[in-house]
Design a protein. Structure first.
Length: 439
């Protein structure tokens, strides 16, 4: 058959098809077009990476717009994607149920399955804007964005017989991170990478679906993940309170905070760092740490007595994350300073030795303040109010007059320790000058 004959045959078929469509009602004509468009959608999703010629489909969409069925077509395409995703997730959840023991690697398998579904879906819907340009111009809506919202809705949907995909994803993540962190057959870094990729997809979908995408993500994972994390730390804090000193408690809570910060760089989106930090502080520090400090003041005193600036600094940095923690530490510091001052003043030592003990302790407290307490202004005021005040009063008393004159004359000598002698002289001079100003 010649080319001209072949073209004639095709033209005759087109003419017959146009005549058939003209004889149909708009509803019947739409059904005819939709059947063909539906087949094209299946082809796109089944082979998203294969370039196909959808010129006929493009013309059919144009005709649907002409018969004023654009809104219906938009709704039908959306519903078609909803039904396809529902069937896809059913298969994924069935695989997870058949896998049984989550510890044997089903977490990663489920995460990878989620990502494969998303990547295939994303590739397919990326074709739609060009194919459905007539439809989008007519409805003034983005089908690509709508399809992303459909995906987000599909993973959050649940029914009485099964939990949502998102619920399962967050449960598996929580289980691996907090319940059985070393029970997976996969390396931890691989679990983190797979789970993190899933959460980044969900975070991006939330940004498309809502103006405040970050809040949308928090709302979605609040019950399935954040509340479980809260419960985990509540239980852990109760156990830790009864089994540790203040320093050990602060060290552990500091580690928890660091772990959550790391999770917000590997699993959860980084913008949730503050949410997890606030959660840990609210559950593990206030009021548990405040109560721990007040009930176990002796362990705080032991730290201060030993002058262990590393542990003191850790307790201080952790405690000041809450207002109550800072107040409890300030109260403990005040008790320690007062007890030390009274112990020195109530001893039977000679006046010169009493003054030396007072100033030595004052220097120790000042060093702790500078090296471990980050020059905390509240604690500095407490030191001046309690210890500095006691030294000034004693130096101005009858008992303190003689050693004061000795120190003022510079005749104090501590054998074998010139550094200490110089520090004591400088500190004594500071108090003498302040006493002179008071007089």
């Amino acid at each position: 058959m010649s080319d001209s004959s072949r073209r004639g045959t095709v033209n005759q078929k087109d003419a017959k098809q146009r005549q058939l469509l003209r004889s149909q009602s708009p509803s019947s004509e739409y059904s005819t077009h939709w059947y063909a468009i539906e087949r094209a959608l299946e082809q796109i999703h089944n082979k998203p990476t294969v370039e196909e010629n959808f010129e006929t489909t493009y013309r059919r969409i144009w005709k649907v717009v002409l018969i004023r069925r654009a809104d219906k077509l938009f709704a039908d395409i959306k519903q078609w994607h909803e039904e396809r995703l529902r069937a896809t997730w059913f298969k994924q959840m069935t695989k997870l149920a058949e896998a049984g023991d989550h510890r044997l690697g089903s977490q990663v398998s489920f995460f990878q399955g989620f990502l494969e579904v998303w990547e295939s879906y994303c590739q397919a819907i990326s074709v739609l804007p060009a194919l459905l340009s007539y439809l989008e111009r007519s409805t003034e809506r983005s089908l690509l964005n709508e399809c992303m919202k459909v995906f987000l809705t599909s993973i959050t949907a649940s029914d009485p017989s099964s939990e949502s995909v998102l619920h399962t994803l967050t449960l598996l993540t929580f289980s691996h991170e907090y319940v059985e962190p070393f029970q997976s057959s996969y390396p931890t870094v691989r679990v983190h990478d797979a789970a993190g990729s899933c959460f980044r997809v969900i975070d991006g979908l939330c940004e498309v679906a809502e103006k405040d995408g970050q809040q949308r993500l928090r709302d979605l994972i609040s019950k399935g993940y954040l509340e479980r994390v809260r419960g985990y730390y509540e239980t852990s804090a109760k156990t830790l309170t009864s089994q540790s000193s203040v320093a050990e408690y602060c060290f552990t809570v500091g580690r928890w905070l660091l772990e959550e910060e790391c999770r917000c760089h590997t699993i959860l989106p980084r913008h949730m760092d503050e949410d997890l930090k606030t959660l840990v502080i609210g559950v593990a520090l206030e009021p548990p740490l405040c109560k721990k400090i007040r009930e176990d003041t002796q362990s705080v005193f032991a730290l201060l007595d030993d002058g262990n600036t590393r542990d003191i600094g850790r307790v201080h940095r952790t405690g000041r994350l809450t207002r109550g923690g800072s107040e409890a530490l300030n109260e403990a510091m005040e008790e320690w300073l007062d007890a030390a001052a009274q112990a020195a003043l109530g001893s039977d030592a000679k006046p010169e030795e009493t003054l030396l003990n007072l100033i030595r302790f004052d220097i120790k407290a000042q060093n702790i303040h500078l090296e471990a307490l980050d020059s905390d202004s509240d604690i500095k005021r407490t030191m001046d109010k309690i210890f500095g005040h006691e030294i000034r009063i004693w130096c101005g008393s009858n008992d303190g007059f003689a050693p004061r004159k000795t120190f003022e004359a510079g005749s104090i000598v501590l054998a074998g320790d010139t550094t200490e002698t110089q520090m004591i002289r400088e500190r004594a001079q500071f108090y003498y000058e302040s006493i002179t100003q008071m007089e």
